[in-house]
Design a binder for this molecule. Structure first.
Ligand code: AMP
Length: 579
């Protein structure tokens, strides 16, 4: 599959549609929407999935969140149903969680804007009345969690006989959450002749079994199968910070300020993001400039000249715009979003750490994109260290460190006579006071006195997973292990450095009977999943099983890795704990 640096798709023109999307067979209303959203070219999964889906094929796709898979199924689905009769649902998308139902529903609505498609998200925990009302009025696409969908089918309020397309999104998670039978029951209520697409981050045998039962002669798509060639991945220090969408901009500003990035490339996925990020960074006093495919060649040339001359410190770019540009060595590459493939990631971070110089690559990561990050790690054979987002105190301390280093440098350079005269003129004040006042001015000039908000550490990934647990606190790595039935407050949050972390409970199928101690579990999680042990919350050891609390955002990754590992010499089942 071609994508990223090797892709031949041209820069989108200012007025025309992206040739990459045109080539996939999408029609004008959708192309116009993609243009308005600032998408410059299809991601690999979109390139692979859209043509066969438009041709009516069933599809089994292995793709994680962050690869652009929602658009990969939503765009062809919308195009196909836009030609269908309206009223009863023509498309049904099943997703594991309420959060995803909302998110995918919003994406469907966004992509279907020009087609005036009616979409209804249907999930548990929401009043059923408005859902019934909307279903009566007529909807074209239903995005539902399996439990609530089945509820409606049984009440006769969700009629699926006109459904032409069914999408099972994040099928592995739906099975993990125990929805296998519900899926079968829902699919049984749809017509025999229909198109079905199944997306899953992994394709274990139980997913194959579902695919076998419900897909007909599907086309199979796996993204990022090919490892990045040995030695082509640059050797730079790679870190990632996990934050939710609402804190992404603040997190970007924070990491730029903490890193003291003075010549950095900031990559975004869309033109809209490039413009927003540039405006935000400029407002914070950075010299930032945008570069994307919506700009004329002359504009792009001017931006590049300013960057090369050092007049701009932050260049904010889309992949397409940065491709083929002769960008000089930069101190930092910052991914405002994780790119949709390992190849693009490698190309992005290759802009730093060249010719033996130090470089750093920083990624702002959505909690749901951790699996994609791991895929990228596997393909680049390089570790990306996930760190807690720096707190306001961390930021202040880094700012003071930099001021100290700058002052020491000036002291070493000398030539201070003019300023010594100034100190003499201020001699009514003690010299230490004068120095402190001067430093204060320096810090202020660098924005160091700006009001900053704390950014929450890894907030909830999914309410269903991070649902109430009995432990509230973990205290700097100290474990509450070894006891059963310990008293715990009824909350699913844990405090970490004064910030709240949503926790999930992980079931590990080995307990006291096998001589398991909390330290065995901590060791297994910390060593196998390569996470810091102080993220682990309470541990309960029962006779035949144990329950470990971990940040909800890390739960699925820890479950996957621990499921493959050996604990006390043996493989044990690991999954989310259900009461
Ligand atoms: P998904 O993997 O579907 O969750 O998508 C991840 C993110 O990528 C979403 O924020 C989308 O808006 C964005 N996205 C999807 N396709 C593209 C594209 N072709 N170009 C730029 N951004 C995209």
């Amino acid at each position: 599959m071609k994508h990223g640096p090797s892709s031949e798709s041209a820069l989108p023109t200012v007025t025309g549609f992206s040739p990459g999307f045109v080539a996939l067979g999408l029609e004008a209303p959708l192309l116009a929407t993609l243009e308005a959203l600032g998408y410059e070219e299809p991601t690999p999964i979109q390139r692979e999935a859209i043509p066969p889906l438009l041709a009516g094929r069933d599809l089994l796709g292995q793709a994680a969140t962050g690869t652009g898979k929602t658009a990969a199924f939503a765009l062809p689905m919308l195009q196909l149903i836009s030609h269908a009769a309206r009223g009863r649902p023509s498309a049904l998308v099943l997703v594991p969680t309420r959060e995803l139902a909302i998110q995918v529903g919003e994406a469907v609505q966004r992509y279907g804007k020009e087609l005036r498609v009616n979409m209804l998200p249907v999930y548990g925990g929401q009043a059923i009345g408005p859902q019934l009302h909307a279903l009566k009025r007529g909807v074209d696409v239903v995005v539902a969690t399996p439990g609530r969908a089945l509820d409606h089918i049984r009440r006769g309020t969700l009629k699926l006989q006109d459904v032409r397309i069914v999408v099972l999104d994040e099928a592995d998670e739906m099975l993990d959450m125990g929805f296998a039978e519900d899926l079968d029951a829902i699919l049984a209520a749809t017509p025999k002749i229909k198109q079905t697409a199944l997306f899953s981050a992994t394709i274990p045998p139980r997913i194959r079994a579902i695919a076998h039962r419900h897909l007909q002669n599907p086309i199979e798509i796996t993204i990022a199968k090919e490892p990045v060639k040995a030695g082509t991945a640059p050797r730079v220090q790679q870190t990632a910070y996990i934050v939710t969408k609402s804190h992404r901009a603040a997190a970007l500003a924070r990491v730029i300020d903490v890193a003291g990035a003075n010549s950095a490339l900031v990559f975004c996925r869309t033109r809209l993001e490039v413009d927003e990020v540039t405006a935000m960074l400029t407002a914070r006093g950075h010299r930032a400039e945008a570069i994307h495919g919506g700009m004329s060649q002359g504009q792009r040339d001017r931006v590049m000249q300013a960057f090369k001359a050092g007049q701009t410190e932050l260049l904010v770019a889309t992949d397409v715009a940065a491709r083929g540009l002769d960008i000089p060595q930069v101190s930092h590459v910052i991914n405002y979003d994780l790119p949709s493939s390992a190849e693009v990631y490698v190309h992005r971070i290759g802009r730093t750490g060249r010719a033996g110089r130090e470089g750093a690559a920083i990624t702002i990561l959505d909690p749901r994109e951790q699996r994609l990050l791991r895929t990228i790690e596997q393909h680049t054979k390089a570790r990306v260290t996930v760190l807690p987002i720096p707190s306001v105190a961390d930021l202040r301390s880094r700012q003071l460190d930099r001021v100290q280093a700058a002052v020491e440098q000036v002291l070493r350079d000398g030539s201070l006579d003019t300023f010594k005269h100034l100190v003499e003129r201020l001699s009514v004040h003690p010299p230490a006071e004068v120095a402190a006042a001067a430093l204060k001015l320096l810090v202020r000039a660098q924005g160091g006195e700006r009001q900053e908000q704390e950014i929450p550490l890894i907030p909830a990934r999914q309410p269903e997973i991070g649902r109430p647990i009995r432990d509230a606190r973990h205290s700097g790595g100290r474990l509450h292990g070894g006891s059963t039935g310990a008293e715990r407050p009824p909350t699913g949050r844990s405090r970490h450095g004064g910030r709240t972390v949503e926790m999930a409970r992980v079931y590990v199928g080995v307990g006291r009977e096998a001589g398991i101690r909390p330290s065995d579990l901590v060791g297994a999680i910390a060593n196998e999943a390569k996470v810091n042990s102080n993220i682990i919350g309470a541990i309960e050891i029962e006779h035949r099983f144990s329950i470990v609390d971990v940040p909800a955002a890390m739960a699925s990754g820890i479950i996957e890795i621990l499921g493959r590992a050996r604990i006390k010499g043996r493989r044990v089942p690991v999954r989310l704990f259900r009461e």
